[in-house]
Design a protein around this ligand. Sequence first.
Ligand code: BV8
Ligand code: ZN
Length: 252
Amino acid sequence: MEDKIKKARDAIAKAYKIIVFTGAGISKESGVPTFREAGGLWEEFKAEDFATPEAFSRRPKEVWEWYRFRRDLARKVEPNPGHYAVARLEDARSDFMVATQNIDNLHTRAGSRNVIELHGNIMHSYCMKCGLLADESEAELPGEVPVCPREGCGGVMRPKVVWFGEQLDPDDLDRSYMFASEADCCLVIGTSGFVYPAAQIPFLAKRNDACVIEINPEPSGITQIADYFLQGPAAQITPQLLEENKYADGAD
Ligand code: BV8
Ligand code: ZN
């Protein structure tokens, strides 16, 4: 493994344009459950019962309860060494992006700046009638199913996350796809590589001959295209991979 990490570290040091693509696994060691593993979120809560527009129109109270439970958890946990290592790598690079599927806000809290939250952010909600955006990272809106705070609107507020069957924000998708298609290194951390269109990102980088480095305790839908598959937990492997890295852009 040490030899693989060294080769992957050299590939990162040589790279000029790096995209880091992350999923629920990078937040696992912060205490945020993943989705598709034993004990994961979808085991207890079926995605179609909680993470679809139909579920929300059918049972808004239960869906809000589920997201408030997860938002509470996201507030209580801390970023882990995996998030911090990614943020430190960005500090030393000029052409860098984090494209995350996670809605837990942990990359931003760890100091990452160029972050695209492909599936939204659990700390935010918006009005389905007038589009008003509410930041609930500090205070929750009142009510089991919160109503728009705008005077006279009366619209229903919903979590600002992308549910199954919903389109991702076209601008987010374009920017992350464009960046991946021009990247020469793609670091994939903690994703099963199951959910599209997000999971296309490493494949776009690969098509540009990027070096694909994956960190995951298990193989995933991405492993087939990984140049280096670093098997293990993100909070341990990511700092190991990035810590001694010569951070200067494209250092030879
Ligand atoms: C769309 C936000 C269409 C909400 C989420 C059949 C084939 C292909 C696609 C589809 C299909 N049927 C349906 C679709 C489309 C669907 C999809 O991809 N479904 C999948 C399940 C097959 N996609 C959609 O619906 C998307 N929209 O397609 O719209 C459209 C087009 C035009 C016009 C209108 C509509 C929207 C998808 C977004 C859904 N929202 N989340 C919320 O979070 O509540 S998805 C959800 O899955 C999360 O965002 C999560 O991040 C994401 C991906 O999961 P992962 O992050 O990878 O997590 P997972 O648990 O799966 O894996 C964890 C990994 O971590 C594992 O590999 C594990 O080994 C690893 N791990 C564990 N411990 C560690 C670790 N790694 C590192 N360290 C550790 N310690
Ligand atoms: Zn409104």
